[in-house]
Design a protein around this ligand. Structure first.
Ligand code: PLP
Length: 232
């Protein structure tokens, strides 16, 4: 299957889920997840009109971003170690995977040095899986005000990765919980956060029905991932 065909299918799936839930497809941004795929695949995606890309490893992303057209938008969607924050702040438009106050503080520090503000999403481990990164919901609510007080950080919303399942309907409660959690954050902050980043290749319909404003799609667009060799 070609990328063009895959993109059409993904856009159809998003549109159908929007129709079922009375939403406007313009409310759902497609983040094309390019980890495990070379710059050529990204250029092909750009030719098809995609502009927003997600990477989950800093080393791989750095090499790739520098080889891609400069006008593209990149989101960091993978776990970020504090010693890589400097580069992440430099290379990415948004960091979707912030899961601690100390990480947010480090991002704030480097954003300040770079004379910029950094949009972030707070990653939540809704299902409490020990294999996954992300805030526990109670911890998130406890630290939210402190993160919001960091001057160079802009909280744009919440992100989650649902447990893998062959039956997407089973993870609906995870997406619903993230939406409810955003409402709790909105109340604490006194203003609505714009984004819920949830839904991947296998479960995007359910995520969109539950209110996703960003879906992060890799394999349904680009096929199986390869191992990308990075210089360092
Ligand atoms: C890889 C990845 C995705 C995309 O996964 P697919 O199942 O290939 O669509 C989405 N989000 C994160 C955080 C990822 O690491």
């Amino acid at each position: 299957m070609s990328l063009a065909g895959n993109l059409e299918k993904v856009e159809r799936r998003i549109a159908d889920a929007c129709a079922r839930s009375g939403r406007n497809p313009d409310e759902v941004q497609l983040v094309a997840v390019t980890k495990g795929h070379p710059p050529e695949a990204i250029r092909e995606a750009v030719d098809l009109g995609l502009t927003l890309f997600g990477e989950n490893k800093l080393q791989e992303a750095k090499v790739k971003i520098s080889r891609c057209p400069g006008r593209l938008r990149w989101h960091m969607i993978g776990h970020l170690q504090s010693n890589k924050v400097r580069d992440a702040v430099h290379f990415f438009e948004m960091i979707q995977s912030v899961d601690s106050l100390s990480l947010a503080e480090e991002i704030n520090r480097w954003a300040d040095r770079g004379a910029k503000t950094m949009p972030i999403l707070l990653e939540v481990n809704v299902a409490g899986e020990s294999s996954k990164f992300g805030y526990r919901p109670d911890r998130l609510l406890a630290e939210l005000a402190q993160i919001n007080a960091l001057p160079k950080i802009e909280i744009h919303g919440l992100m989650t990765i649902a447990p893998w399942t062959p039956e997407p309907e089973k993870v609906r409660p995870v997406f619903r919980r993230l939406r409810e959690l955003k409402a709790e954050c909105d109340a604490i902050l006194g203003a609505p956060l714009p984004h819920l980043s949830m839904g991947m290749s296998g479960d995007l319909e359910v995520a969109v029905e539950e209110g996703a404003t960003m879906v992060r799609i890799g394999s349904a667009l680009f096929g199986p991932r390869q191992k990308i060799v990075t210089e360092r």
